[in-house]
Design a protein around this ligand. Sequence first.
Ligand SMILES: Cc1cc2nc3c(=O)[nH]c(=O)nc-3n(C[C@H](O)[C@H](O)[C@H](O)COP(=O)(O)OP(=O)(O)OC[C@H]3O[C@@H](n4cnc5c(N)ncnc54)[C@H](O)[C@@H]3O)c2cc1C
Length: 355
Amino acid sequence: MAYRASTTIAVSEPARAVKTLAEHAREHNATVNETGAGAMEIDLGANKIQVSSSDRTFLATVVGESQPMVYLLKEAVAEHLAEIYPGVMEEMLWSDAASASSEARYPAGFYQMRLVGRCEPMAGLIRLRLAGDTDVTPLSGPGFHVKLMLPLNPAAEPVWPQVHPNGLTQWPEGADALHVRYYTIKSVTPSTSEVEIDVVRHRGGRIAEWAASAETGAVIGLLGPAGGELPENAASVLLCADKTAVPALARMVACLPEGTKGHLVGEAASVSDLKQYLPDTALEMRAVPAREFNEVLPDLAKSLSAVAPPQFAWFAGEHATAQKMRRLFKADLKLPKGRQFAISYWRKGQVKNAI
Ligand SMILES: Cc1cc2nc3c(=O)[nH]c(=O)nc-3n(C[C@H](O)[C@H](O)[C@H](O)COP(=O)(O)OP(=O)(O)OC[C@H]3O[C@@H](n4cnc5c(N)ncnc54)[C@H](O)[C@@H]3O)c2cc1C
């Protein structure tokens, strides 16, 4: 089922807005198709952003595979437009605004979760068991990434995002501002309203520290799910993940058609650790320990690709390594868009709110 929402805004030079949005999309490796005079469709697989211009009007329609995805797409359009036209948010009105703001206080896909348990599924990963008070079945998908959020000020009571009357997500600001980061859902158990999320243990992270030390019953906000790459029609694959992306790797491996061949490289102390963590797979596994993962991976991936050229290649992990892997996938392996993804999940020494 597809969900959609549209907005029409009077702006100067609407054709420039269409062009700029298309350029942004291309920079993010998305496919952009011209669909008519002054009209483009940004093709994000199961999700689309259609933009067009006429005279002094800019029109955007977002089509998402889920309601949480529609919220993300609306926010993406609004943010990029606001870069060109500061103040445009105030004039923006989405077609689903009335129903969205009257039906629900929180945006679709928002859950307040309670910590009900934790364990260590692999060295360096903290598995959080989080329970909600509402039905968590929609967290089974489509999509397997979520935003986890906590008050920026650890002493503050949480104020969660709400639906703005214009149909966009209204994020708390000032003293109520939230620290928001992307994570991957490892499992969903609707019968107990629980989800599991595996968090990398690291210093100086608000979410990582909460994962390590929060008391049972502590609350955290969760929004999603949306996004996640899956290989389509690829008989051979190369999948590489640092520890932050090992949960996403597990979700991908679980969806591989039987008979898919190739290699998988994960940040782990040993292959047996990886085997224990991941679903059964025919892919050949390599484990690279944390201390040398980013240094060793690009050359290792290159040599594995020479043995078994992949039709689909995927990496997620630290930013600088993602850049090296993107070069390998595009320049050396010559894989086209949609057949290669090198995604920055985090960046050494930098923080970025996922709002
Ligand atoms: C789509 C997507 C899915 C993701 N899924 C997961 C997941 O399932 N599990 C998971 O653990 N992470 C996942 N991540 C990565 C996670 O969002 C980041 O690691 C995030 O920065 C952690 O937030 P924080 O509040 O702990 O630290 P931040 O406040 O963001 O960062 C504080 C400091 O820690 C550093 N830092 C951040 N992450 C790491 C790390 N892993 N190791 C060492 N230093 C780090 C930063 O550079 C910064 O200097 C995902 C990211 C994306 C984009």
